[in-house]
Structure formats: C-alpha cells, structure tokens
Design a protein around this ligand. Structure first.
Ligand code: ZN
Ligand code: ZN
Length: 267
C-alpha cells in the first residue's frame, strides 16, 4: 500500500525508474535494455507484467534505449509528446529500416495533466537540447513525487512545479571544475554546461538554497556523470545547501546509481 519510488538505473548510460501506487505502476523512461529492465524490476520485487504504462521524458538514447522492445513485449500504453515520438520513431526507422511497433501510443502535451490508473501525471517543459523534453510530477494518495533530470538550469516554471513534493528526484550531473579539466572534448563540455545541457552540483545547490520549499522526505540525486562527478561531491554540495533541513525526517539525501537499483522508497 502507499506510494513507492524505485530508481532502476540513473546516469548517461541509461535511466529508468518506477513510480507506483497500490493499484498503478508507471515506468518512467526506458533507457536500459528490456532484459536489464526486467532483471532489475524482479530484483526489486516487481513483476514487469504488472506495469500499467511507460512515460518518456525525451528521445535521447539514455532514456529510450529499451523502449521499442519493452513496448512490443508489454503491450501497455506508452506516453510521450508528439515531437518526442516523431524523433524517436525516425531514429528507430533509420537504425532498423522499420518504424517501431507501438500499439498503444498516448500523446501528451507539456503543461497538460493526464491520468494513469490512480496516479495523476503532470508533464512540464525543461530546458534541454531534445525535441520536446519534460520533467514530471506524480500525484497519488496525497503524495507528490517530482522528477527533473536533463536540464541546463532550473527555470522559474520548473521551480513552481516542484513545490510540495514528498520525493524529489533531481539531476546533479557534474562538478563544474571536474568537467572543465576532464577528458571531454571542448564542444561536449560546452554542450553539457549550456542552458540546454545538464545541471551541475552547484546549480542544484543554488536551487536548494533559493526556491526549494524544503518539504520533501527524500531528495534523490540523479543522472550523475561518471566522468565529471563524484558521488561524495554531489552529496556534500546538496547537504551543504540543504543545511539543517537535511535530517532524519526531511530531505534525506540518496544517490541514484548507474549500475545498481536504488532500494525502493515507500511513503
Ligand atoms: Zn538528455
Ligand atoms: Zn539523460
């Protein structure tokens, strides 16, 4: 019973998570292979055949890598924006010569809420270099969960959507100094640092210090770069910014990982 959040994988090699109520189970992004998704779900005590729907943030491969196979195998509704679907379908067609088989496509628009079972989903626009990228909030049983990864900065509209969350999953992608001196070519560094790139530890800390209401029970740091960040740097930056608001009752900081699922959070 209650609402749970399970992060199956997080990072530039694949992102996928589950938001569940007592009767509804949503997979958020499908960035790891179908086989790996099923394996990690089973390890978390979840049955893939019980999934209600898949919702997609944007078409970058670390968010859709397993989607075509999952859609075919599970035959459940796949929610994405029209522009995201267009780009994703084109890339699958270019790679395989065939468009993907999605029998239950559900097109949504950023800013318009929709419902999956007893979970209300609110997609909102985020600044990122994809066709029509979104973050989500999920509402069920009086619990609000917010997801915002893959964003170059935190605009006012996103700050507004993230108010009142009980679980907040936020990008803490890179340490600016590690990225600056790290191995990426300069063009890639510029992309990551841009207003449509990825959120740094410092930019997330600035959000925590300014507009964040401090009310979440859990704060999950997600989409950490393996090259340009260190989990302890991300944790320290977040905990410093949260200050005394991070304690046993509120703002417990957790780190989502690439290679291991995070133990399910239950509220
Ligand atoms: Zn992306
Ligand atoms: Zn990503």
């Amino acid at each position: 019973m209650g609402v749970s959040v399970s992060v199956l994988a997080s990072g530039s090699r694949g992102n996928s998570a589950m938001v569940c109520s007592a009767t509804t189970r949503i997979l958020v992004d499908a960035g790891i292979s179908c086989r790996e998704t099923f394996k990690r779900m089973k390890a978390a005590g979840e049955d893939p055949s019980h999934l209600s729907a898949i919702v997609i943030t944007h078409e970058h491969s670390d968010h859709v890598y397993g989607l075509a196979t999952l859609a075919k195998k599970l035959n459940i509704p796949i929610f994405m924006t029209g522009a995201t679907h267009h780009c994703w379908a084109r890339s699958i067609r270019n790679a395989t010569g065939e468009p993907p088989q999605v029998s239950k496509l559900e097109v949504f628009s950023a800013g318009r809420r929709f419902v999956v079972g007893d979970i209300e989903v609110m997609p909102f626009t985020i600044p990122h270099d994809a066709a029509d990228p979104v973050g989500f909030t999920f509402h069920s049983e009086g619990v609000k969960v917010g997801f915002a990864t893959d964003l170059g900065y935190v605009p006012v509209s996103v700050r507004d959507h993230l108010r009142g969350c009980d679980v907040l999953l936020m990008e803490s992608n890179h340490d600016v100094e590690m990225l600056r001196i790290g191995p990426y070519p300069w063009s890639v560094k510029q992309r990551v640092m841009s207003r449509v790139g990825h959120l740094s530890n410092d930019a997330l800390a600035e959000f925590f210090c300014s507009d964040y209401d401090g009310g979440a029970t859990y704060v999950i740091l997600a989409h950490l770069s393996e090259q340009n960040n260190h989990p302890e740097l991300a944790r320290q930056a977040a905990e410093k910014a949260l200050g005394p608001r991070a304690n046993l009752l509120h703002n417990r900081v957790l780190l989502a990982e690439q290679s291991e699922p995070l133990e399910a959070i239950r509220l």
